[in-house]
Design a protein around this ligand. Structure first.
Ligand code: PAF
Length: 287
């Protein structure tokens, strides 16, 4: 595996791959890798002759400076894991290399991301998806990937990125990979490393409440299902639900009845102490 820090070097590497007719799989990450990331890498390695993983904590998608400052960084461990998983190249640029005029340089391109970017994360993290679109579109331009791999834990992010490639006219296959969970059900996330021992012990309650709500939903309304999840999680020490929305999986707009859409998911964000955890559950998928 080669470690690439410079854009020019990345462009040369990609050109060589394209000349050789190799399919390029891209796995964009912000590092602090765990088994969830590795499942994306494993799939990319199976499906592409060349796999590039990026490790870049993108400042433009953080609307909270403390969140950016405390985001876990473990570059050496990440590189070791990626090499062992069979990645061809890791792209780990500095902020200056990615954003030569500075991350806040104006004017910034405004991406058309549709209503999918305005709800849930979009409402609670203003500017977040513009920042995600900015870095992901840049990575797509630099790596010209055949396929790009994203985890379904960030369900809304995948919908927004699909909208972004359509409006920007970027030709890439987006591969959505299932959520990886710890044995106790907690969705794997780099942020889990920030949980105290006590918080980590209760964090699986999020998944347990969501799973329970799928059974509950068979005999109850959307509204009652929503409320039972929020009440159950809010009753757990350290936990506070920021939002829980039961939505059409394609538009991400809330549904009021179970027969309103063939594909319905529940998306949740919970503060466990100061750590923001997200997860989701499928109630119905009939397409
Ligand atoms: O999902 C993430 O880790 C980030 O949002 C991504 C896609 C790597 C962009 O910074």
């Amino acid at each position: 595996m080669i470690i690439i820090r410079k854009v020019a070097e990345l462009l040369d590497f990609v050109e060589l791959q394209k000349e050789q007719g190799n399919a390029v799989g891209l796995v964009p990450t912000m590092g602090a890798l765990h088994a969830g990331h590795l499942s994306l890498v494993e799939r990319a390695v199976k499906e592409n002759l060349c796999v590039i993983a990026s490790v870049f904590v993108n400042p433009t998608q953080f609307n909270n400076p403390t969140d950016l400052a405390t985001y876990p960084r473990k570059e050496e461990d990440d590189f070791k894991m990626l090499a062992e998983a069979g990645v061809s190249a890791v792209f780990a640029p500095s902020v200056e290399e990615m954003y030569p005029g500075g991350p806040d340089a104006q004017p910034r391109h405004e991406f058309e991301l549709g209503t999918a970017a305005e709800v849930m994360e979009g409402r609670f993290r203003p500017g977040h998806f513009q920042g995600v679109a900015q870095v992901v579109s840049l990575l797509f331009r630099l790596c010209s990937p055949t396929r790009a791999y994203f985890g379904e834990k960030d369900f809304q992010q995948i919908a927004v990125i699909r909208n972004m490639i359509e409006t920007e006219g970027i030709d890439v296959e987006i591969v959505a990979c299932p959520i990886k969970r710890a044995d106790d059900g907690l969705a794997l996330s780099s942020r889990n490393a920030l949980l105290s021992e006590e918080q980590r012990a209760v964090a699986p309650e999020i998944h347990k409440a969501l799973e329970y709500s799928v059974v509950y939903s068979r005999e109850h309304s959307v509204g009652a299902t929503h409320d039972t999840v929020v009440e159950r999680i809010d009753a757990v020490p350290f936990m506070r639900v920021e939002y829980f929305e039961i939505v059409d999986a394609r538009t991400l707009l809330p549904v009021e009845e179970w027969d309103e859409s063939p594909w319905i998911v529940g998306c949740i964000t919970v503060y466990c102490g100061d750590v923001r955890l997200i997860d989701n559950v499928t109630y119905k998928k009939e397409i």
